[in-house]
Design a protein around this ligand. Structure first.
Ligand code: FAD
Length: 392
């Protein structure tokens, strides 16, 4: 792969909206990605393997539980710092950002928010340091966009719960020590259960043959009469709102992360357009190529403003789920379109692993699908503005 010459675009001087702490956190993450992620990630994506050696580094930049309080091992940062960390990691690779998102927003967040003190103390410090990795099991073979229909269930056996069912498309599943699993009780109410690797009847087969997020491990979660201790039930929230609350936090991080992937594609295409000579001119001198670059930087700038404003609302505790949904949809769509245009700007070189663009482009096909597909997010905004529910 080419040396990492990345320079982050900031067309509207958005750095002026950031505090010194935000910039410090972002720059540390940026440096770490340059040093430890971009030099190796193409190889790992080609091999379809998650680079486990970067787990310590992810913990070091505060990517595991950025906004979880320090007393539980988190970084105790605000929502904008959390977003900036996700942006920088996804600038390197969406698969690596997925691993961090799942650990923070889908495993640590529910334990912190819906768990009791004993659960927080037992799991959060180990998850924050990366000693334990976690996964989040919501999607099932027959219930993706409609998770409320899930069939995974548990029965109260007196001194333990008996868990049965299966989850699929689960990020981090193949190597996670801890799984936050959503399942229905005998009354059909959804609860979160913490399932640990090694529990009898629990297995996590890896999903192969992915053309997207190849540097992120994906798998199934199979529960065959798994005895789950009663103290592993998350006591403080139940119903579909509980997993959806986690998705709010993760979708917010994705809205920032997608900007990172888009920036990397734009920056690569911009540099290439000045170096590549055709018809005796740099291709960047042709109007059609300039149109692409002009549209890219405009869309990146709009997405940055959306994410920053959403961060302010999240810090104030006033961001709605629908506002988060809009930012996730818009920014991922923006990044995918930029990746496709940037890939064309590199001509044949655009399909090569010498450059990051094709990997970003393929990764973003998953990012536009998980945590609510693009169409599901359109329906969320549609419901919000009309008050009419298209899901029913
Ligand atoms: C790489 C990867 C990693 C993932 N990681 C995780 C994870 O860690 N944990 C987890 O729980 N899940 C995870 N997922 C699952 C992901 O969230 C689901 O794939 C996603 O929610 C879509 O579900 P589905 O694949 O079953 O598609 P479906 O729900 O079957 O949707 C198929 C198509 O129908 C459309 N559609 C569905 N309902 C409607 C409707 N009402 N109106 C209009 N169109 C509709 C969808 O938009 C989509 O285009 C992951 C997925 C991928 C690809």
């Amino acid at each position: 792969m080419k040396p990492d010459l990345f320079e982050a675009p900031d067309y509207y001087n958005l750095d002026e909206l950031l505090t010194d702490e935000h910039k410090l956190v972002r720059d540390a993450a940026r440096e770490w990605v340059k040093r430890d992620v971009t030099p190796i990630i193409e190889d790992y994506a080609q091999k379809a393997e998650f680079p486990t050696q970067i787990i310590d580094g992810l913990a070091g930049i505060g990517a595991f539980g950025p906004y979880i309080p320090l007393e539980y091992g988190g970084a105790g940062l605000d929502q904008i710092s959390y977003g900036l960390i996700m942006q920088e990691i996804e600038r390197g690779d969406s698969g690596v950002r997925s691993t961090a998102s799942v650990q923070s927003s889908l495993v640590m967040y529910p334990i912190f928010k819906y768990g009791n003190e004993a659960q927080r103390k037992k799991y959060l410090p180990k998850l924050a340091s990366g000693e334990w990795m976690g996964c989040f099991g919501l999607t099932e073979p027959d219930y993706g966009s409609n998770p409320g229909g899930m069939v995974t269930n548990f029965k109260d056996m007196g001194d333990h719960y008996l868990l049965n069912g299966a989850k699929m498309w689960i990020s981090n599943a193949p190597f996670a020590q801890v799984a936050v699993v959503w399942a229905k009780n005998e009354e059909g109410r959804i609860h979160g259960l913490i399932v640990e690797r090694g529990m009898e009847g629990f297995s996590t087969p890896e999903t192969h043959n992915k053309w997207s997020l190849r540097a992120s491990a994906t798998g199934e979660l199979i529960f065959d009469n798994v005895k789950v201790p009663k103290e592993n039930l998350l006591p403080n929230k139940s119903g579909l709102g509980a997993p959806l609350g986690c998705l709010d936090s993760a979708r917010y991080g994705i809205a920032w992360g997608a900007i990172g992937a888009a920036m990397d594609c734009y920056d690569t295409a911009l540099r290439y357009s000045k170096e590549r000579i055709q018809f005796d001119k740099p291709i960047g001198q042709f109007q059609l190529q300039q149109k692409k670059l002009a549209e890219m930087i405009t869309e990146i700038t709009k997405a940055q403003l959306l994410a920053w404003r959403l961060g302010v609302l999240r810090n104030n505790g006033t961001a709605t789920s629908a506002q988060i949904s809009m930012a996730k949809r818009n920014n991922v769509d923006m990044a995918l379109k930029i990746a496709r245009e940037a890939r064309q700007m590199l001509g044949g070189m655009g399909i090569s692993g010498e450059f990051s663009i094709m990997r970003h482009m393929m990764n973003l096909e998953s990012v536009i699908t998980y945590e609510g597909t693009h169409d599901i997010h359109l329906l969320i905004t549609g419901l919000d503005v009309t008050g009419l529910n298209a899901f029913k």
